[in-house]
Design a binder for this molecule. Sequence first.
Ligand code: AMP
Length: 110
Amino acid sequence: MFCSIIKGDIPSTKVYEDETVFAFKDINPVAPVHILIVPKNHLSSVNDVTEENSAVIAHIYEVAAKLAKEMGIAESGYRVVSNCGKDAGQTVFHLHFHLLGGKVLKLEMC
Ligand code: AMP
């Protein structure tokens, strides 16, 4: 489904895009800043990360740091998290990283 968002077939509020990464606002935010950062190449979850494709993960963290600064949460603090599989509550099986901030985050928050 996030492949359709990246292609523009499903609308989203894009906040960042480059050759390998797409970032957009979560449709159901649980914090004042709630952005999803997604690799353009389809990987289902962290389970699909290998030596061959892991460079994009480091890049996603670069993008997270840049967006956190832009959103004004770099100093107050934020969370970057990826849910993997059923027990973690993953609902969309296209690897994505939640960038969450703008309030004090409880430990159980995704
Ligand atoms: P997860 O539960 O970790 O798989 O997270 C999936 C996230 O995708 C949830 O926070 C949803 O609110 C979000 N989401 C699902 N569909 C869309 C969409 N069309 N646009 C933006 N965010 C979405």
